[in-house]
Design a protein around this ligand. Sequence first.
Ligand code: APR
Length: 356
Amino acid sequence: MYLIPPKKRHGPTGKKVHGLAYTSAFLLPLREVPNKSTFNHRNMSKISVIGAGNVGATCANCIAQKELASELVLLDIKEGVSEGKAMDMMQTAALLGFDTRITGVTSDYTKTAGSDVVVITSGIPRKPGMTREELIGINAGIVKSVIGSVLQYSPDAVIVMISNPMDTMTYLSVKTTGLPRTRIIGMGGLLDSSRFKYYLSAALGAAPTDVTGCVIGGHGDTTMIPLTRLATYNGVPVSTLLDSAALQQVAADTMVGGATLTKLLGTSAWYAPGAAAATLVEAIIRDEKKVMPCCVYLDGEYGQKDICIGVPVMIGRNGWEKILDYKLDDAEKAAFAKSAEAVRKTNSVLHDMKLI
Ligand code: APR
C-alpha cells in the first residue's frame, strides 16, 4: 500500500501515472514497499508442529527456510524446549533470509489456533533393535490426546502424521476425529521413497534428483513395497540399467533404511523425516497437486477398505485430492495385500487399548 500523502503522489515530472502515484521505493519507509511477499500465500498461512524433538524441530526448520508460512508454532510438553529451539531458529533468520515468525510454546494449544496445517511428531522414537510397531503402546495415547487438542483450536487444519507406527497413528486419527479422510495424511511413503531414490542413485552412480521411485504399502521394515518396476533414471526404467540382484539389494536396503540409521545414531533419524514432512506441507500450502506416496484412508482403492496405508495421492490445499491407480502387477498386488494384513494387525492393538 502507498502511504505517501496525495499531494506527493507524483513522479519526477509531477504527473500521476495510471491514477496511482509514481514513486520510487527509496521514498517509502521500507515496510511499505510492495514486494513479492505482499502478495505471497505465506502471509496468510499458519503452520504448527507438535513435538519439538529431532523430527519436529528439523521439520520446522525446513518449513521456515522454505518460507511456507508467516507464522510457525512449535509445541512440546517439555518446558522450554520449544521456546529455545524456536528462538535458535529465529536467530538464523537474518543469516538465511527468511521471514517466517517462529514461536515456541509449552503445551499451550491456544497459540496454535487457526493453523492451516498441523504436523504431529509427538511421541517416542525407536531405539536400536525396535520396530516402529513396538512404539504403539506409548504413542497411541499421546497422538489421541494431541489430535484432540489440535482440533479444538484448528478445526479446519490439514493434519500431517509423522509419529510411529505412522500407518496406525493415521488410522487412529481418522477413526477418532470424524474429519473427512482427505484431511489426514501420513507422511511415511514420501520418506521411504526418498530413501529408495538414495539407494537407487548410489547403485546407478547417479544424482538422487535424476531418479524417480515410489514406495507404497505400510511404513514398516517388512511392510513397505519399493516399486522397482516403475523406478526410472531420466525416464529410463532402472530395470534396464541394474540387474535383478542389484535391484533386490536396493529394495532391501530401502526397507531397513530407518533401522540402519537407528543402529548408527542410537535413536531414529531426523533429517530426511523432517525434510519429507516439510515437502508434504509445501505441497499442501502451495496447492501443488504433486503426486506423492502417502498414507491415507482407503475405501476400496487398491482392493482395501478401512485401513490407512501408503498409496500414490495427489496433494493440494485441502489435503489429498485423489488416489492414483498404478495398475500393480500380480506380485505387487500380493505384496500390497500382505502389507495391509500386517498393518491391520497393528491397528487391532488400538481396539485392545480401547482407543477406538
Ligand atoms: N505433547 C507434545 N509433545 C510431546 C508429547 C505430548 N503429549 N509427548 C511427547 N512429546 C514430545 C517429546 O517431549 C519430544 O520432544 O515429542 C518429542 C519427540 O521428539 P524425539 O524424542 O526427539 O523423537 P523424534 O526423533 O523427533 O521422533 C518423533 O517421529 O519419526 C517418528 O518414530 C518417530 O514417533 C517418533 C516421532
